[in-house]
Design a protein around this ligand. Structure first.
Ligand code: NAP
Length: 482
């Protein structure tokens, strides 16, 4: 058995037991690079989820009362377990998701960094003493774990999207019921296996696979689930926000993006091209922070396009496990269809394909890394998330014009701008309506910073000190008669 198969759990983890679906049904999991079936997972529904919630609720009192340094010690062990098994976990991630092995190794490593960060932040979950307005009174503000947390995550970062939720929940003292994406369940199930290995009490980390509607339905209906944290599409996120009203749950939503990537005439050209390649083509363009719209000022436009095309043509498409591959397959054939539709719409409205533009000769769900020029705001790709290796270049003239074009979206997750003008960098910080802004950087995700969007890109933050706060509730104690 290859090392990665040790972590391939073909069962859900409920209250410390590894179980199949009550119905006995299972779902096949395939490798998107080869189409090969790599295993199965249980097709669980509401009954198994309710048992997981009950187990989590039963574990809550004991886990939240665990001495802080024991809780921190478990997180340290979880960090070490991730890094000790980085090779195997990364290979499994590549096999179920398709991204190049180097990116999968990076994903496991950043997941481990989140665990370490929240182990540190757990020790700083401080309250405060606030000056009272009258004599004889003291006001204390204290922090407490919110309770059982339901988590639902997507396939594009099957390990690290859970890291950003599980780590702060465990740091705060909250038990977890997680549902990973059906396309990439093994990286999610591995969190339960790792937690079990390092000694988390049964019921603290539960992972349930199967029907999204039934599992989410059980989570949303349960009054014991005090918080729902979701990463995925805006459409599903809105549905979960609506459903959370019935039991007034705390919600964190990491939803879709439509990032502008702005290059001004005064930018360092090579740096801008390097940043655009990372922001556009990482994970074959399937990240929520991917550059969706590349705006280039007229004076630098042609030189930028020439270098962008050269860099794009140097990408190597293939199975993520092969050495030297930088672009894996898209997750499924529907994703290929979406890219083709957006490309056809753009071509129909006047865009020119400068490189790529077709399904890759490898077949399957491989698509050629593509650059188009002459993109305009009326094209569908200016409004919708592309989620594939298609880089549209727009031309602009003035700063005011590009800020207005960049903000012309319902989304507000990541944005990027390249300039050597410090004053302009500050004006962009104030003018761009996005939760994150990379100035002269195309890779901005880091554990110390609050990751998250504004507008229809989401609610709440993951990472930074805000990332722990989202798993805590605040109580105020008034002590009078002193
Ligand atoms: P998705 O269709 O919304 O699925 C995400 C998760 O929700 C999966 O576990 C899915 O389960 C589940 N789900 C599907 N329908 C549901 C429903 N009706 N009720 C409850 N859960 C449901 O999104 P995706 O296509 O996997 O992921 C891509 C999207 O995620 C993009 O929009 C991307 O921008 C966004 N994303 C955002 C961030 C961020 O941090 N802001 C990060 C990564 C991705 P099944 O797999 O079983 O269908």
């Amino acid at each position: 058995m290859a090392d990665w198969q040790i972590w391939k759990k073909e069962a859900a983890c409920v209250g410390g037991a590894w179980i199949g679906a009550d119905s006995g049904e299972s779902i096949e999991v395939t490798n998107p690079a080869t189409g090969e079936v790599i295993g199965t997972i249980p097709n669980c529904g509401d009954a198994e989820t309710i048992r997981a919630i009950d187990a989590a609720q039963a574990a809550f009192a004991g886990f939240s009362a665990m001495p802080l340094m024991e809780r921190v010690g478990l997180l340290w062990k979880l960090h070490d377990a991730l890094m000790d098994n980085q090779d195997a976990l990364a290979e499994m991630l590549t096999i179920e998701m398709g991204k190049p092995l180097a990116e999968a190794m990076g994903e496991i490593a950043i997941g481990a960094q989140y665990v370490r960060w929240f182990a540190e932040e757990a020790r700083r979950a401080k309250g405060e003493i606030v000056p009272a307005g009258v004599n004889g009174r003291r006001i204390l503000v204290t922090k407490h774990p919110v309770g059982v947390v339901g988590m639902i995550t997507p396939w594009n970062f099957p390990s690290s999207m859970l890291a950003r939720k599980i780590a702060p929940a465990l740091a705060a003292g909250c038990p977890v019921v997680a549902k990973p994406a059906t396309a990439t369940p093994y990286s999610g199930l591995a969190w339960a296996a790792l937690a079990e290995d390092v000694g988390y009490p049964a019921g603290v980390v539960n992972v349930v696979t199967g029907s999204a509607r039934k599992i989410a339905g059980a989570m949303m209906a349960a009054p014991e689930v005090r918080k729902i944290t979701f990463t995925g599409s805006t459409e599903v996120g809105k549905e979960l926000i609506r459903k959370s009203a019935d039991t007034v749950k705390k919600v964190s939503m990491e939803l879709g993006g439509n990032a502008p990537f702005i290059v001004f005439d005064d930018a360092d050209l090579d740096r801008a091209v390097e940043g655009a390649m990372i922001a556009k083509f990482r994970n074959s363009g399937q990240t929520c922070v991917c550059a969706n719209r590349i705006y280039v000022q007229a004076g630098i436009h042609d030189a930028f396009v020439e270098k962008l095309v050269a860099a794009t043509q140097a990408l190597r498409v293939g199975d993520g496990r092969e050495a030297g591959v930088t672009q894996g397959p898209l997750i499924d054939i529907d994703a290929v269809g979406t890219v083709e539709e957006l490309l056809d719409d753009a071509k129909g409205k006047g865009a020119s394909v400068v490189c790529g533009g077709s399904r890759h000769s490898l077949g399957g769900t491989f698509f050629e890394p593509t650059v188009v020029t002459g993109a305009t705001q009326n094209m569908a790709l200016a409004k919708e998330e592309i989620f594939g290796p298609l880089a549209p270049v727009f031309k602009f003239d003035t700063e005011e014009e590009v800020i207005s074009m960049a903000n012309d979206t319902v989304f507000g997750l990541a944005s990027y701008a390249y300039t050597s003008d410090l004053g302009r960098a500050f004006r962009l910080n104030e003018g761009l309506r996005f939760g994150m802004i990379g100035i002269n950087s195309g890779l901005i995700t880091t554990v110390e910073a609050p990751f998250g969007g504004v507008k229809e890109s989401g609610l709440g933050k993951e990472g930074g000190s805000q990332g722990l706060e989202d798993y805590l509730e605040t109580k105020y104690v008034c002590i009078d008669g002193i």
